[in-house]
Design a protein around this ligand. Structure first.
Ligand code: TMP
Ligand code: ASP
Length: 234
């Protein structure tokens, strides 16, 4: 069966239900807009399992997501959505592109979380945007941007507490939202939440437990993902 969409880390397939898709998690890791690329055994399995745990937990807390049900090791059923062309990033602690752009040492904690938006377009290099850009690019209305901002701040609080129980510090993360195919006025959390899309540092040692191990060639990449899954499964 041919996928209807193939991204850097996932493939999407149709199902018998026109409003439901099967999302398959791949074993490939990419960084720097796909410039660095490598396959890692079990990566799809780890990210699917971690995303499933987190999405179920978020649903219990009242956050609406695209999740329908678990399928197997690397597949989930999800509601069909039209992904909004926004990468929504929440930062609790300076790291990555924030530290680079602003010259602030990695590890500097913020007084309050920072919410930032990028326009999802690989050819443009996912440029940094604000609410006005989002409106003019037709990505989201002002009301939708306000809703998304409020949703990600709630998600941040829930995730911070959840990861802390697993002795992981949530430094920052990226999420995406989609409009339900059955009702485009309904915006739900979509895509994955995994160590590919979060920075997670061990609370005690500060060890990086996320995709920065791959981006920065630190080694022990899948070992870190396995440990995140194990800690979250307890
Ligand atoms: P950044 O510091 O590189 O902007 O990344 C912020 C967070 O967003 C970090 O947790 C990694 C995540 N992220 C993605 O999930 N996908 C991306 O394409 C990028 C650039 C970052
Ligand atoms: N996911 C992006 C890429 O594949 C960037 C990143 O996460 O660093 O290039």
């Amino acid at each position: 069966m041919e996928p209807i969409y193939e991204g850097k880390a996932k493939r999407l397939y149709t199902t018998d239900d026109p409003n439901v898709l099967r999302m398959e998690y791949k074993d490939s890791a990419t960084a720097f807009n796909g410039e660095k690329k490598e396959d890692f055994e079990n990566k799809g399995r780890f990210n699917k399992a971690i995303t499933l745990i987190i999405y179920r937990m978020l649903e219990e807390k009242g956050v609406k997501t695209h999740l329908v049900q678990d399928v197997d090791d690397i597949n989930l059923l999800v509601n069909k959505v039209s992904i909004m062309p926004l990468e929504v990033i929440v930062r609790n602690v300076a790291a990555g592109s924030f530290s680079k752009r602003m010259g602030v040492t990695e590890g500097t904690a913020f007084k309050k979380p920072i919410v930032e938006f990028s326009y999802k377009d690989d050819a443009l290099g996912d440029p940094f945007i604000n609410d006005d850009y989002a409106r003019e690019m037709g990505a989201a209305t002002e009301e939708e941007m306000a809703y998304i901002k409020q949703q990600v701040l709630t998600i941040n609080e829930v995730l911070k507490e959840f990861f802390l129980k697993a002795k992981l510090r949530l430094i920052d993360f990226k999420v995406e939202f989609g409009r339900l195919s059955t009702d485009p006025s309904q915006i739900v959390l979509a895509d994955e939440i995994s160590p590919d899309t979060c920075r997670l540092w061990d609370v005690e040692t500060g060890k990086k437990m996320d995709k920065d191990r791959f981006r920065r060639g630190l080694g022990g990449f899948m070992e870190a993902y396995a440990e995140v899954l194990e800690r979250l499964s307890k």
